[in-house]
Design a protein around this ligand. Structure first.
Ligand code: RIB
Ligand code: CA
Length: 314
C-alpha cells in the first residue's frame, strides 16, 4: 500500500523537486500540499505549488495556503537561493487551478482527525503551520501518524547562519513547539542533505530527454547551482527530496534516536538544533535523526525517477 502523505512546503526549488519525486514514486500517495512562507512569500509559494503540480499533470492534488508570517520572527525570504520567483529561472505559466478555500492549519487538523494514525506529514519548510495545528487542536499531535521533517543541523554547520539551518531558523518558536509535541518525528538535517548533491552532469543527463519536466529542472536549478558553487559545494543539495528516501529507499539512511532541542532565543545561535548525545539532559528521546546517507545512490535514484517521469510527460 502506498504511504499517504501531505507535504507542508515553501516552494522553493528543492521543494518542487520533492513534489516531482513523490509523483514519480509508486510507494507514495501524495494527498495534498499545504503551503507556508519561507523561501518565498506565502503567495509565491502557493502559486509555485499550483504551477508545479500543473506541470506534472497533477492538478487533482489539492493545494491549501497557510501561514503568511512566522509565529514570532519577522518574515524573511531567501530569493538569493531560489530566485525572485522561488523556482529559479523556470517560467511556468500562471496556474489555471486554484487553492482549496480555508487555511492550511484547519485543513491539516480536519484531515488528520478524520483518519487518526493514517496520514504522514512531510514538513519541508518552516514549521509554522504544524506548530499552529498542534496548538489549535490538542488532539492533533496524537492523531498524526508521523512528521518527517527536513530541517536542522545537528553535527553539521548551519546554512543560514553558522549554526542554524534555514527552515528552523525562520521559525524557531514553531520548531520548539513541534519538537516537544510528542508527535513521532524523523529529522532529515543538513548532516545528510549536504551529501546529496545534484550536479551539472546529472542535469545534462536529464536534458537528453526532451520533456517539460527536464526543462523545468534545468531552468530551476541554475540559480541554485550558482549559489551552491559560491558556497563551496560541487552541486546543489536536494534537501527536501531526501525526506522521501524514508519511504522509497530507507536503506540509504542511518538514524540515531536522540533528544533534540532548538535554541529559540534571539541570540547568535537562534535556530540551532542540538542533540543530547551524552544523555546530559536526561530528557527523553523525541526523534530519530538521519546522521548518515549513501548520497550518491540517492541522487541516482532521484535521476532515474525523473527520467521515468519526464518520459511520461511530453
Ligand atoms: O535548509 C534547506 C531548507 O530550506 C529546504 O527546505 C529549502 O527548500 C529551504 O526551505
Ligand atoms: Ca523547503
Amino acid at each position: 500500500m502506498p504511504k499517504r502523505i501531505i507535504i507542508d512546503t515553501d516552494p522553493g526549488i528543492d521543494d518542487a523537486f520533492a513534489f516531482l519525486l513523490a509523483l514519480a514514486s509508486p510507494e507514495i500517495k501524495l494527498e495534498a500540499l499545504t503551503t507556508t512562507q519561507g523561501n518565498v512569500t506565502l503567495e509565491a509559494a502557493t502559486r509555485n505549488a499550483l504551477a508545479v503540480l500543473e506541470l506534472a499533470n497533477a492538478s487533482h492534488i489539492p493545494v491549501i495556503a497557510g501561514s503568511v508570517v512566522p509565529l514570532v520572527q519577522p518574515l524573511r525570504a531567501s530569493a538569493h537561493v531560489h530566485g525572485e520567483s522561488g523556482i529559479g529561472n523556470s517560467k511556468l505559466p500562471t496556474p489555471k487551478s486554484k487553492t482549496i478555500e480555508g487555511h492550511a492549519v484547519d485543513y491539516l487538523i480536519q484531515r488528520v482527525l478524520a483518519e487518526p494514525g493514517e496520514l504522514s506529514i512531510f514538513p519541508i519548510g518552516p514549521l509554522t503551520n504544524i506548530a499552529m495545528a498542534i496548538r489549535k487542536e490538542p488532539k492533533f499531535a496524537k492523531a498524526v501518524k508521523e512528521l518527517v521533517i527536513m530541517g536542522g543541523a545537528v553535527l553539521e554547520h548551519g546554512n543560514v547562519t553558522p549554526q542554524a539551518e534555514f527552515n528552523i531558523y525562520v521559525d524557531p518558536h514553531a520548531a520548539h513547539i513541534v519538537f516537544h509535541s510528542g508527535v513521532p518525528i524523523t529529522l532529515i538535517p543538513l548532516d545528510v542533505t549536504h551529501k546529496c548533491l545534484l550536479k551539472i552532469e546529472h542535469v545534462d543527463r536529464l536534458l537528453k530527454i526532451k520533456s517539460p519536466i527536464t526543462k523545468f529542472i534545468n531552468d530551476a536549478v541554475e540559480v541554485y547551482l550558482r549559489f551552491s558553487f559560491d558556497h563551496g559545494f560541487t552541486g546543489s543539495a536536494l534537501h527536501d527530496p531526501l525526506t522521501l528516501a524514508t519511504i522509497i529507499a530507507p536503506e540509504l539512511l542511518t538514524f540515531k534516536e536522540l533528544h533534540v532541542d532548538v535554541d529559540h532565543s534571539s541570540g547568535v545561535s537562534m535556530g540551532k538544533t542540538f542533540g543530547d548525545f551524552f544523555g546530559n539532559t536526561s530528557k527523553p528521546v523525541n526523534m530519530k535523526v538521519a546522521l548518515q546517507v549513501r548520497g550518491e545512490e540517492f541522487i541516482e535514484l532521484f535521476i532515474q525517477r525523473m527520467e521515468t517521469l519526464a518520459k511520461s510527460i511530453s
